[in-house]
Design a protein around this ligand. Structure first.
Ligand SMILES: Cc1cc2nc3c(=O)[nH]c(=O)nc-3n(C[C@H](O)[C@H](O)[C@H](O)COP(=O)(O)OP(=O)(O)OC[C@H]3O[C@@H](n4cnc5c(N)ncnc54)[C@H](O)[C@@H]3O)c2cc1C
Length: 520
């Protein structure tokens, strides 16, 4: 077991000024008022002293510590340093657009309230939402991701690149798509009269006639589409075959306007979805060609059904056993969500049935506060686990489940433990030893964020485990949501940040003492 308290090994590659900047950054994160109002303070700073000075201050502090640079060239020194320490880099273009728009002129109403209003009132997005600018921006993001995938391949084999689906389309569209997917899931439950998880041909016919006024040709078309002609369908196949683009055809025959017909996408939305899928396929194709694994980040729950559907589509093509020997596409599972164990089991089973390799990145989840607040404002039950211990249990059980599956399956199953939680890493190492999984085996690797938990990454790397750093980059202004999340994450005394701060201070003291001894 690596010694995760070995500060000398953890910070070996950091210069003294870098350690001082790290100390300053973690120190700032421990000032609650700064973290709480960071977004407003930065906006104010930009107004008063301008962008250049604000960006300059950020580069000397949070940006300089948590991001590797503004573009692919600037991040190279950081990547080479990691490489020297036996640590791989996961390039992560961290520019974000959360689809919440600019709330600057909207008085006291919070972003969450506005989102909640839209969801409650079912305000279908109008053409104005999907303007040329957002599509052009997505095309520019695709170019950046292409470069990122190429750069990873140039660094050597077995590399990873991370992408966010909200960068490939307008997030509003993902929200609409997600609702369509959830309604298609609800339809399954309505057709499954006896609740046994299987819709038979008779149940389908009955449900169809109850909810739709379609002619025989339409019913037969639907039966064919769901491969029900002479059998039954379970949820795994149903969710694979009934996509949001199928809904308008189906809902044209709805007996009455309900949530399903309201969720059906418009022609324009279908066109934009297709464009998003094209972008995804372009990137996945390139990743498969150069042998880079593509990690698809998990985001807010209101986008996640659409993201899962997108990932599933790519996995089926690029992870297929006849196409690749390993999973090119990884999905991300946020273990703070109550539904993760079920989703994980369903997705694993689907990969077995449809013959493709399975790749998963396991995280605890970065949007807990906003998810809880949004659910509360909508009057929905929170999707988040009730206690932190439930999240820890879900995380550790998911690791065990996937490790066991990897050993049993005749296909490849790979997992990345993306976590700063030492206990989860130690438990995983115990399980690896128990199941005889070699530390160099591609089945399992460990990932931490750049600028965080160097004691874990560098000590894992030093002991020959497959250790990686997520290396975020992007223009200062564009990575602000990422930086604010990092500041929040490192703000509590209970977080690993306090321990990290102590380790950095000790290492600096050790270096000063060492210099005195040499000098004296
Ligand atoms: C390499 C890497 C990639 C990542 N990619 C993503 C991504 O794609 N999507 C994403 O959302 N996040 C991502 N994250 C961030 C991650 O989800 C966490 O925010 C962060 O890593 C802290 O989790 P931890 O496992 O280190 O856990 P710890 O620090 O041990 O636990 C903190 C986490 O536990 C959960 N938690 C805290 N309090 C409670 C509570 N009261 N009840 C229930 N749960 C609670 C929260 O998720 C919180 O973040 C990534 C992290 C890493 C290291």
């Amino acid at each position: 077991m690596p010694d995760f308290n070995d500060a000398e090994a953890a910070y070996e590659s950091k210069t003294n000024p870098e350690l001082i900047r790290a100390m300053l950054s973690f120190g700032l994160c421990q000032i609650p008022i700064l973290v709480r109002y960071s977004e407003r303070l930065l906006k104010l700073g930009r107004k008063i002293v301008g962008d250049t000075i604000t960006d300059g201050i950020l580069k000397q502090t949070l940006f300089g510590h948590f991001c590797a640079g503004e573009d692919e060239k600037q991040i190279l020194p950081a990547i080479h340093k990691l490489e020297k320490a036996g640590i791989g880099s996961i390039l992560d273009f961290a520019a974000e657009d959360d689809g919440e728009g600019d709330d600057g002129d909207d008085g006291d109403r919070s972003k969450k309230e506005k989102i909640a209003d839209e969801i409650i009132q079912d305000k279908s997005p109008k053409v104005r939402v999907y303007d040329y600018e957002s599509e052009a921006k997505c095309d520019r993001h695709v170019e950046t991701f292409h470069k990122c995938i190429r750069d990873v391949a140039d660094l050597g084999k077995d590399g990873y690149a991370a992408i966010k689906v909200t960068a490939l389309t307008n997030p509003k569209l993902l929200e609409r798509m997600s609702r369509a997917i959830v309604e298609a899931q609800n339809l399954f439950a309505k057709f499954d009269e006896n609740g046994d998880g299987i819709v038979t041909k008779d149940e389908f016919k009955h449900g169809f006639n109850l909810f739709f006024k379609g002619e025989d040709a339409m019913l037969n078309d639907a039966l064919d589409h769901l491969q029900l002609a002479d059998g039954s369908v379970d949820y795994i196949t149903w969710s694979m075959l009934l996509t949001p683009s199928d809904l308008p055809r189906l809902t044209a025959g709805c007996r009455e306007v309900g949530p399903l017909s309201l969720a059906a996408p418009t022609d324009e939305e279908i066109e934009l979805m297709e464009r998003m899928f094209e972008r995804g396929h372009e990137l996945a194709r390139q990743a498969a060609e150069v042998g880079t694994r593509l990690l698809i980040d998990a985001e807010q729950a209101r986008f996640q059904p659409a993201i899962d559907n997108f990932v599933l589509n790519l996995q089926r093509t690029y992870n297929a056993t006849g196409v690749s020997e390993f999973p090119v596409i990884y999905n991300t599972y946020q273990c703070y969500l109550k539904d993760v164990p079920d989703r994980l089991r369903t997705d694993v089973e689907r990969s077995e049935r449809f013959d493709y390799h399975f790749g998963a990145k396991l995280v605890r989840g970065a949007y807990m506060e906003s998810e809880r607040a949004l659910a509360k404002s909508l009057g929905f039950p929170s999707p988040i686990q009730d206690t932190i211990q439930d999240t820890h249990d879900c995380y550790n059980n998911s690791v065990d489940f996937l490790l066991k599956h990897a050993i049993q399956s005749d296909k490849t199953c790979e997992l990345m433990l993306a976590t700063h939680n030492q206990e989860s890493i130690e438990k995983a190492i115990h399980s690896m030893n128990e199941h005889g999984v070699n530390r160099k085996d591609p089945t399992i690797c460990f990932g931490q964020l750049f600028g965080m938990s160097d004691n874990l990454t560098f000590n894992l790397g030093r002991h020959g485990y497959r250790a990686y750093k997520y290396v975020p980059y992007g223009e200062v202004k564009m990575v602000m949501p990422y930086l604010i999340r990092r500041a929040n994450e490192n703000s509590s005394i209970a977080s690993g940040a306090a321990q990290e701060l102590r380790m950095i201070q000790n290492e600096l003291k050790r270096r000063v003492r060492g210099r005195r001894t040499v000098a004296g």
